[in-house]
Design a protein. Structure first.
Ligand SMILES: Cc1ncc(COP(=O)(O)O)c(C=O)c1O
Length: 388
């Protein structure tokens, strides 16, 4: 149905079925033109290119993202090459001089955050509390009681957990958190996959996402929505922050009031060009996130029905990670016996022509717009011939 938008990537891999879209999505053909346009614009504007980028392509991309998230102000969005940079900038806005810097999070955050805070925990002032996401039936209650159990300096939580596809009710948890501290949502597995309305959280929550997955523009274009009214002074700061009006107090380094208070410095904006081209493509094709989600959910259901019919010993309902209310990210996660077997299974599937990936003993099948029902049926056939 949407395969015509991905001709170049599909033609480059005629013998494989790509079920790792949740890790790295194929890029639609329009991104190639966008990439070339970046070169042409760099050639045309030379020294004036930063001014051009910020007043043109960057602004337009900010506006498209703001519309997608249903927030009022596009200038509350800041770009960086990856989310790790933004995560560290957030951490650097906390008061490290305090005797205790307390962060509440989960045991299922992506490595860009998890590795960083685990390292910071080696410093005496950092105290990190990770709430296990499983069993998920009680997760929200357990997180809420942790929220009430003490004073926190930052809350960090994923919208869709990367190691399960389970969906967190970010609105419910944000409503229970103190309004005075940063409430940070890692939206990477939600952005352009699950319809996300941040309008009621726009003066309350930070939101991180990027282009490598469902936004389909590839690496190098991550962003953060900064809540309106946030006045922070991250000590990890770069010269892009000076592109906006600075507020200086007592002769200290000044910061802007908009999202550029979280800006870094010189970056390659070709990723932003590609991201912009995808957002515009979806607009022109009438592909809203609602519509994308409906399409993916229906393919996921078809996949599970076909697997059920085949009565596969490994990929079945018993090993599938599911959520009571049925909501799910755009990948399905199966729990296998152990990490070794899982790695081996990923390899076997890859040799048989199905690209997947794994996290420890969890094998993930990702779904994208470039798969149709025939691909799903073919995939199930290959899976059942390969894994018994
Ligand atoms: C939940 C989540 N957040 C963030 C990222 C990407 O992090 P970074 O941009 O630092 O590479 C990923 C990548 O897989 C992810 O799954």
């Amino acid at each position: 149905m949407y395969k015509h938008l991905y001709q170049r990537f599909l033609q480059a891999h005629p013998d494989s079925l790509h079920f790792a879209c949740h890790s790295h999505h194929y890029w639609p053909d329009c991104t190639r033109e966008a990439h070339l346009k970046y070169w042409d614009d760099s050639c045309k504007y030379v020294d004036d290119k930063w001014e051009y980028f910020f007043s043109g392509p960057v602004l337009e991309t900010q506006q498209l993202i703001a519309a997608e998230l249903n927030v009022d102000s596009a200038e509350q969005i800041v770009f960086a090459p990856n989310t790790h940079e933004l995560v560290f900038r957030l951490l650097s806005s906390l008061d490290w001089g305090k005797s205790k810097v307390r962060i509440l999070t989960t045991d299922s955050e992506f490595y860009s955050f998890d590795r960083q805070i685990t390292r910071l925990e080696e410093l005496p002032q950092f105290e990190i509390h990770k709430i296990p996401t499983l069993p998920f039936e009680s997760f929200h209650e357990r997180f809420e009681s942790a929220l009430n159990s003490g004073s926190w300096d930052m809350i960090f939580i994923s919208h869709v957990f990367f190691n399960s596809g389970l969906v967190c009710d970010i609105h419910r948890l944000a409503a229970k958190a103190s309004a005075d501290i940063p409430f940070v949502i890692d939206g990477y597995h939600g952005f352009l996959a699950l319809p996300t309305d941040l309008s009621t959280l726009q003066d309350r929550a930070f939101y991180l996402a990027g282009s490598y997955k469902y936004a389909q523009g590839g690496e190098g274009a991550c962003f953060m929505y900064v809540p309106t009214g946030a006045v922070h002074r991250p000590f990890y700061t770069g010269w892009f922050a000076e592109l906006a009006h600075l507020t200086t107090v007592n002769g200290e380094v000044g910061y802007p009031r908009n999202a550029l208070q979280y800006a870094g410095s010189t970056m390659d904006f070709s990723g932003v060009y590609r991201l912009r081209s995808v957002l515009k493509l979806f607009q022109s094709e009438g592909l809203s996130t609602d519509k994308i989600h409906e399409f993916i959910s229906s393919n996921q259901e078809h996949f599970l029905r076909e697997l059920q019919k085949a009565e596969n010993a490994v990929f079945n309902d018993r090993n599938l990670v599911t959520q009571e209310n049925g909501s799910h990210g755009h990948f399905l996660t199966f729990i296998l016996k152990d990490t070794e077997i899982t790695k081996r299974t990923v390899k076997q599937l890859s040799s048989a022509g199905i690209k997947t990936d794994s996290r420890a003993n969890r094998l993930r099948f990702g779904f994208g717009l470039y798969q149709d029902q025939q691909d799903i049926e073919k995939a199930v056939q290959i899976i059942c011939n390969t894994v018994k």
